[in-house]
Structures are given as structure tokens and as C-alpha cells.
Design a protein around this ligand. Structure first.
Ligand code: SF4
Length: 244
């Protein structure tokens, strides 16, 4: 983004990680979803559950013809909750989903495309004010559903960065986001792919007990790394699209 100060040293490191991860995994095609609205729904439902459960809930919404903002707002609460049941915390998620749809309909006539045209900073602030939407969910929607250059941070990002000695294990969300956005160019395609790659590496190798052997980032470890423990990060939810 314009005016953002970049750190050349961090950029070199982050680009090296990206290269290693890309070579190992290839294109990920993230985020799964046929429409921007489906992507946003998935971002809301994926909190604290496995992606497989989100797929089941989205499948229910599709079969019941509820995968539009107005259909979600107009259906009885029990119908929506029943459709979302596989995703867990279904009553809470039904409320969150309705809050997002209410905002989308009231402010943008139900159009994700109109919402996506809103300037990034203003839209991020709006989304964060919607009931149940935190920074990670907001940034998932901004990046994957709206195409804004926001780097999505999650528990895996914290783990990888802290175990490689770059940041504290309990670094604040916004601080870690600014590490990536401050070092890398505001490239939407790369941000999408980079977050997906980190999740893949986290899921496959950088678990609570890291399995560095075979990890695409093992050759970038310095003596004394990985740095442990990172108990703060390990306690956070770790399931994302692609994880079964
Ligand atoms: S598993 Fe090891 S090499 Fe891979 S990201 Fe984690 S700490 Fe780094």
C-alpha cells in the first residue's frame, strides 16, 4: 500500500519462506468457495472447527437454497441453526452469520461486489464492528472474498515466525500483520497464497510439537531453532480450509 515503509531484510526472509513453501506445495487455489458470499460464509463458520464441518454446513445451506444474504435473514432461526449444526457452536454462528448478512443487505443491498468496492480501511473497520467478526475473520473476508491486500494472520503464522526467531509467540494480531504487510508488496494473489501455504505447513509439520524433518522450511532454521515453547500460540484454534 502507498506510503507503507518496507523492511528489506524481512522481505528477503519472507520471500525465501514463500519460495520454499511454494516449491513444496505448489498452487493451493485458496480459498474454497464458488462465490464471494460463500467465501465470507465459510470464513465465519470456520472459527473453532474443522473445514470438513464447514463444508457440511455450507452444503446444507445450498440444498435448502439459503446461501444468499436475504435467504439467511428471512428464514426461521431454527432452520438456519439446523443447517449450521455440523459446524459447531451453531446458535452462535447463526447469530454471527445473520449479523454479517444484515450489514451486507443494509449497507450494500446484499452485494458482495458493492461491498468490495469500499476502501479497505473503512471496510475493515465496518467488518470489525459486526457482531462476532474478529480480525482474522474480517481479513479472510477482505482478502479472499473482496480482493483487498490484507495479510491474514493465524496461529500457524505465529508459530512459524516465533519458532524461527522473528517474533514473540504471543505477538498481537495487528503487530504480526504489520510485519508481513510492512515487508511484502501489497500483492493480493501472493497474500492469498502465502497464508494458505503457512496453514498447510502448520497443519503438516509445525504442530504443537514441530516435525521439522521434511518441512519445507527446515533448511531456513538457524542453530538453536526452532525456538520453543510457544504455548500462547498453541492454545489458539488451528483449523482452516483444507484441514480435515
Ligand atoms: S516444523 Fe520446524 S522447520 Fe517447519 S515451520 Fe515449524 S519450526 Fe520451522
Amino acid at each position: 500500500m502507498k506510503g507503507r515503509r518496507r523492511s528489506p531484510a524481512t522481505r528477503v526472509v519472507l520471500e525465501k519462506y514463500y519460495t520454499h513453501l511454494s516449491r513444496h506445495y505448489g498452487p493451493t487455489g485458496w480459498w474454497p468457495g464458488e462465490t464471494p458470499f460463500e467465501v465470507a460464509v465459510g470464513a465465519i463458520l470456520t472459527q473453532n472447527t474443522a473445514w470438513r464441518n464447514v463444508e457440511l454446513a455450507i452444503g446444507n445451506l445450498k440444498r435448502a437454497k439459503l446461501l444468499t444474504p436475504r435467504a439467511i435473514l428471512n428464514c426461521p432461526a431454527a432452520t438456519l441453526e439446523s443447517a449450521l449444526r455440523p459446524s459447531g457452536y451453531f446458535r452462535v454462528k447463526a447469530l454471527r452469520l445473520r449479523s454479517f448478512c444484515r450489514h451486507l443487505v443494509d449497507q450494500y443491498g446484499g452485494s458482495m461486489a458493492r461491498m468490495a468496492r469500499r476502501p479497505l480501511a473503512a471496510l475493515r473497520e465496518e467488518l470489525l464492528a459486526v457482531h462476532g467478526i474478529g480480525p482474522e475473520t474480517a481479513d479472510d473476508i477482505l482478502l479472499y472474498a473482496c480482493g483487498h491486500p490484507v495479510f491474514v494472520v493465524d496461529a500457524y503464522t505465529r508459530r512459524v515466525m516465533s519458532r524461527h526467531g522473528h517474533t514473540a509467540a504471543d505477538i498481537a494480531y495487528e503487530e504480526l500483520r504489520s510485519v508481513f504487510e510492512g515487508a511484502l508488496p501489497a500483492d493480493v494473489a501472493m497474500y492469498k497464497e502465502y497464508h494458505a501455504l503457512i496453514v498447510y505447513a502448520g497443519k503438516d509439520f509445525c504442530r504443537s510439537h514441530p516435525n521439522c524433518e521434511g518441512c519445507p522450511l527446515s533448511t531456513t532454521l538457524l542453530p538453536g531453532q526452532p525456538i520453543m515453547p510457544d504455548a500462547h500460540a498453541a492454545k489458539r484454534p488451528l483449523r482452516r480450509p483444507g484441514q480435515r
